[in-house]
Design a protein around this ligand. Structure first.
Ligand code: ADP
Ligand code: MG
Length: 245
């Protein structure tokens, strides 16, 4: 991890009508840092993730990525989306394309890379997430845990500078959670900059450099995991932890 910030949010506000969903959020993520975002349902965690790759425009404040303000539209927005990989609860793989085609699609269609070169990289990524032998299958032939690992490989195929994960294991059967968290943990160890919304406190403890606790759109408290779990400062964090641990 370096001191240099890759993602910086300054005084970020987001309203959905009267609802203040992000309330003056200030946060910075260093290169190579792994930040786990936790908090009750409806606290704004998904909106925060979506704001970072501009799936959701913010109402006020600034977000910079890699030293530049987030672009509004056009080519630079497409570039941003490829530099910030996103993995959701639902895997959203293309059902009528093979696993390999799913992983190759972004680099070939969006970045106009040569299929032969992308294919090699895609296969290496599928091997890395433990799916190399399933490359010619279709998504429905894979388990949820395998599909989510494909979704991670697909995001990595764009060679992103950061990865955002929004509750990547919440839709999985319990026995498949570990295999996805293992892939995320190794990614973290390899130095990927990551923002991870999750209820998996084991992952937060072992893989995060920092835990950020959100409630009612506010970034209430942040600390290294050992410190946060041993000694949460705010009543809201204490209350939240008492319910989930
Ligand atoms: P979390 O991910 O922490 O559960 P979200 O960021 O999804 O929270 O949502 C924060 C709040 O914003 C919730 O009250 C939610 O209902 C509301 N919200 C999210 N998306 C929209 C939207 N597109 N339109 C209106 N309200 C929304
Ligand atoms: Mg959410």
């Amino acid at each position: 991890m370096s001191d240099e910030a890759l993602i910086v949010l300054e005084n970020v506000n987001k309203w959905f009508g009267p609802l203040h969903v992000l309330d003056d959020v200030n946060m910075s993520v260093a290169r190579g840092e792994v930040v786990v975002v936790i908090g009750p349902s409806g606290s704004g965690k998904s909106t925060l993730c979506r704001a970072i790759n501009r799936l959701e425009p913010i109402s006020s404040g600034t977000i910079t990525f890699d030293g530049k303000p987030l672009p509004e539209e056009g080519k630079s927005l497409a570039r941003l989306r490829s530099e910030v990989g996103m993995v959701f609860q639902s895997f959203n793989l293309f059902a009528h394309k093979t696993i390999l085609q799913n992983v190759m699609l972004g680099p070939v269609k969006v970045r106009k890379e040569k299929p032969v070169e992308v294919r090699e990289r895609a296969m290496a990524l599928l091997d890395r997430v433990g799916i190399g032998n399933q490359a010619e299958k279709f998504p429905a032939q894979l388990s949820g845990g395998q599909q989510q690992r494909v979704a991670i490989a697909r995001a990595l195929a764009m060679q992103p500078k950061a990865m955002l994960f929004d509750e990547p294991t919440s839709a999985l059967d319990p026995e498949m959670v570990g295999e996805v968290l293992d892939v995320m943990t190794s990614l973290a160890r390899e130095g990927m900059t990551m923002v991870v919304v999750t209820h998996e406190m084991g992952f937060a403890r072992h893989a995060a450099n920092r835990v950020v606790f959100m409630a009612d759109g506010q970034l209430v408290e942040e600390a290294p995991p050992t410190e946060f779990f041993a000694n949460p400062k705010s009543d809201r964090a204490k209350d939240f932890l008492s319910k989930i641990l």
